[in-house]
Design a protein around this ligand. Structure first.
Ligand code: ZN
Length: 359
């Protein structure tokens, strides 16, 4: 950052902190978000400084200390709601309270049970874990290793091109760049079609591959424990492949639902899904509806406009990123979280208006 940009950023931060201190953000929030549902999205919660946290994604990991500060912030500024309350409010049930907030996790990591659950219980905060059904009780799967390597620049453009060629090649012109997530997601869907042995060879080409495998998806025992503690366990696909690019999205939607129901020994299968990598299009929405999902969570970063407490069944979510809400010393900045959440555009996502271009 050059000196001028640094100065502008500091001025903005100071203005934001002043607005928070004098209560201006709170007043703004009370008025602007009165009839909005905010859905926040976490992934991993780990104590900082441990080997696992050093190898985890910096973008998608929040430390236990900052997670607790977030919970205190949410409880102070919002009415926390459960997935069941949101589902009821979309139909005939009770409408949502003013300034409601639903807390969600994606993927289903063991750390959600070990580190997040005790804090959720301490602050009495309901939550949802969108779980990749095929990852439960498994070692870190190949596509997560590939994504982590890509995020950290260890899956170079050259290597991506090599993978693409080994996975059948062709149609390369349509992918303008491997640096963009669409190129990477298309590549993952293609590699998913290969036999296991060939995919293993591709993974071995990644430098420091073992480092990206140092994580633990939730175990079956932990999943049942979370469920018994009142955490909603919902679908995040069967294999975490981006649904619009996979050959058989119906299978992902159906199998994830029935496997989670079997694992939890419940008759009522999950009613909600969050789309892996935030990717969806009109056809995926139609299929998800057909497969029985009542609520569909995107990664579109908006708050959800309700109609007198009634949200849409298609919902936006805001990622909580530690870098956005801490200072350079790693201290929690409530003013930054207020600014990150309170000023989001309010939208009412509608299934009918999603074109295939969304992907
Ligand atoms: Zn995910």
């Amino acid at each position: 950052m050059d000196a001028r940009a640094h100065m502008t950023s500091r001025m903005r931060t100071t203005a934001s902190q002043t607005a928070y201190r004098i209560g201006a953000w709170e007043i703004y929030h009370r008025i602007m978000n009165r009839d909005n549902l905010t859905v926040v999205m976490f992934h991993r919660i780990l104590p900082s400084g441990t080997p696992e946290s050093k190898n985890a994604s910096r973008t998608w990991t929040v430390s236990t200390r900052i997670f607790e500060a977030c919970l205190q912030f949410f409880v102070r500024n919002y009415n926390m709601v459960s997935l069941a309350q949101v589902a009821e409010a979309t139909t005939e049930g009770a409408p949502l309270p003013a300034r409601s907030l639903l807390l969600t996790f994606d993927d289903g990591w063991a750390d959600n049970a070990i580190h997040a659950l005790p804090m959720l219980e301490k602050y009495n905060v309901p939550s949802v874990i969108f779980t990749v059904a095929g990852w439960v009780d498994q070692p870190v799967p190949w596509n997560e290793i590939a994504m982590r390597a890509w995020e950290e620049g260890c899956l170079s453009s050259e290597l991506c091109k090599q993978w693409w060629t080994l996975a059948g090649g062709g149609a390369e012109g349509m992918l303008s760049s491997w640096d963009q997530s669409k190129g990477m997601h298309t590549l993952l869907a293609r590699v998913a079609e290969l036999p296991d042995s060939q995919r293993k060879q591709l993974l071995e080409m990644i430098p420091e591959m073992r480092r990206f495998a140092d994580s633990s998806p939730v175990s079956l025992h932990q999943l049942r424990d979370l469920h018994a503690s009142g955490v909603a366990i919902e679908s995040h696909g069967l294999t975490h492949l981006p649904l619009p690019f996979t050959k058989n999205p119906e299978h992902e939607l159906r199998e994830s639902r029935s496997r989670l129901a079997a694992m939890l020994r419940v008759e009522n299968a999950p009613i909600a899904i969050s789309f892996p990598h935030g990717r969806y299009d009109a056809s995926v929405l139609r299929l998800a509806r057909q497969e029985g999902y009542q609520l569909m969570f995107t990664s579109d970063g908006c708050v959800n406009q309700c109609d007198r407490g009634r949200p849409s069944a298609l919902l936006g979510r805001i990622p909580i990123m530690e870098q956005a809400i801490t200072n350079s010393e790693g201290d929690f900045r409530p003013a930054e979280l207020a600014s990150w959440l309170f000023r989001r555009p309010a939208r009412r996502l509608s299934e009918g208006h999603v074109g295939s271009a969304h992907v």
